[in-house]
Design a protein around this ligand. Structure first.
Ligand code: NAP
Length: 286
């Protein structure tokens, strides 16, 4: 078997077209959407991601306002910047670049982000809101996994899913997103004793550990769908995921690539959230 490619760029284009047409309507009404990015890091991968967001904003017609704080800033400075952006009526979406300065934890400052502008679902109250059926935003990367599966017509109800990774931006929100769709979910992490035993029986495996090549053919059952969330850089500077594509592609039915998978959909969703808000209607499958 050679796995089908779950094309994130195609899904991202479709989401972006919706955003562009909503922006055109807003422009006719004299409205302009703005995404605010707080960055307090000189980390090169964060810098290049911010550049990518600026390009995407120009394509969609959303203004992107980057506030750069000193990498030595403290929690109070970060929090004050987030409160200012939350109170600013010309800003519609707020995201925070990580890593934050040493000693500043996103979880300790994210509650300063207004919930209606929390387009990456960082505020812990957003999580409790959408888990309980409210309209808050879920973290964009976790939502991108669901969107990619939905867009490729992959049934979630009744499926057995294993998510590898339990971070608050990917693994934990995915647990709830899959449960909300009536999947049966296992979440594996670094203390999981036998990772292959946790993943092999799953019809959907999501790899979000940040370890290149962690998921091999041995971890995947015949015909599984494998979503690679990993974003790792090789010593030569090449982007690579958490999945050993060569061995997994011979067993999986479908696999999302890196690059061209979840990352593209995540960016498109951040802008859609900024333009349309949490009530965006689901798109029809590709
Ligand atoms: P993180 O906070 O470092 O969490 C990694 C998770 O993986 C942890 O829960 C950890 O377990 C688990 N883990 C580590 N090694 C493992 C192993 N050998 N077996 C099983 N589980 C293991 O990372 P993150 O922020 O969730 O990101 C995960 C990956 O996704 C990274 O490559 C990141 O760059 C990528 N990412 C991509 C996007 C995108 O838009 N494409 C967005 C966010 C993140 P413990 O909890 O036990 O430590």
């Amino acid at each position: 078997m050679s796995a089908a490619v779950l094309d994130g760029r195609l899904v991202a284009s479709k989401i972006t077209e919706c955003s562009i047409s909503s922006v055109a309507e807003l422009t006719r009404n004299g409205e302009q959407r703005t995404l605010y990015i707080l960055s307090a890091t000189s980390d090169p991968s964060s810098t290049s991601y911010v550049q990518a967001l600026l390009r995407h904003g120009a394509r969609v017609g959303v203004r992107v306002n980057v506030e750069r704080l000193d990498p030595g800033s403290g929690a109070e400075e970060v929090r004050s910047a987030l409160i200012r952006a939350s109170d600013d009526p010309s800003i519609h979406g707020i995201i925070v670049q990580t890593p934050l300065p040493p000693g500043v934890d996103l979880r300790d400052v994210a509650d300063a982000i207004a919930m209606d502008k929390d387009v990456d679902g960082a505020n812990p109250h957003s999580l409790s809101n959408w888990i309980s059926g409210g309209s808050g935003f879920a973290p964009a990367t976790a939502s991108a996994v669901i969107e990619l599966l939905d867009q490729h017509g992959i049934e979630l109800e009744g499926s057995r899913v294993t998510v590898v990774g339990r971070s608050s931006v990917v693994g934990k929100p995915l647990l709830h997103l899959f449960l909300n769709r009536d999947a049966t979910v296992t979440v594996a992490h670094s203390k999981t004793r036998d990772l292959a035993a946790a993943t092999r029986g799953a019809s959907i495996v999501v790899a979000a550990a940040g370890h290149p090549g962690l998921i091999t053919g041995e971890h995947v059952g015949e015909g599984a769908v494998v979503i690679d969330v990993g974003t790792n850089f090789t010593p030569e500077g090449h982007l690579t995921g958490d999945v050993d594509t060569g061995s997994v592609a011979t067993k999986a039915a479908a696999l999302s690539p890196v690059p061209g998978g979840i990352g593209s959909v995540t960016t498109a969703l951040l802008f859609r959230n900024t333009v349309i808000g949490p009530t965006a209607r689901p798109l029809l499958p590709l």
